[in-house]
Design a protein around this ligand. Sequence first.
Ligand code: PMP
Length: 293
Amino acid sequence: MAEQVIYLDGKFVTKAEAKISVYDHGFLYGDGIFEGIRIYNGNIFKCKEHLDRLYDSAKSIMLQIPLSYDEMEAALVETLQRNEMRDGYIRLVVSRGAGDLGLDPRRSPKASVIIIVEKLAIYSEEMYRNGLKTISVSQRRNIPDALNPKIKSLNYLNNILVKIQANLADVGEAIMLNSQGYVAEGSADNIFIVKNGVLTTPPCYVGALEGITRLAIMQICERIGLKVKEEPFTLHDVYVADEVFFTGTAAEVIAVREVDGRVIGSGQAGETTLRLLEEFRSIVEVDGVKVFE
Ligand code: PMP
């Protein structure tokens, strides 16, 4: 196993050396963007989709990424190769960079790019079969007019406040509603419900990230002939669903067995959820960019 190295503005450094300025606006204000990406058996899963979302987020917040798209992909590949990382998690961060204490991004002339790759502690196979217990929380999703949840920004305080509520209830993930009471997403996952064989996930305008796992699941549904709708729904619809599951890069497709004390379906991962997990796992090693053969 190679010693862990981190990509920091064009250089490869050790974890101890990987330091940024205390004047970096990513640190001072959460001013920046990021991606969480998985590599499965040498394949960067949905690499293009992640980079597209990164560059779209950058455009939206007027952040100039100092690397071209191809240079960014090459930096990811090199970081994985140097770390001999065939299976793991990639955290790609672009912060506004060092500036002064004021908010003005014009004072941060150069964005910083950081790539960290690590092994991932994922849910046990038992959890995938049994499903998670979850709750809805009082913390609402940021409204799109204030900070659009489609932007994968470094400002995750909204999500962290949800995580705190989840921690207090001793659950691993929680359901966030938008300010009108429609279900938006989890703290770091998208959500789907299944009722009478039809899947529904909230449209992103409700207040959800355009999750790449979410999209992969919608594409799988189309391919295998399952109906999937993007429609707003409420907690009531979650409580009475036959199946509920979260999707995310780290979580993949994880069933929910209980929400706010209501048992969902059979109280275990449902048939559709498990089928989608299986289909999802069958594409993760092929759909993306190969780093190692
Ligand atoms: N919503 C939020 C708020 C997230 O941070 C994430 C990513 N962890 C997701 C949804 C899932 O997105 P993806 O499938 O692209 O990982």
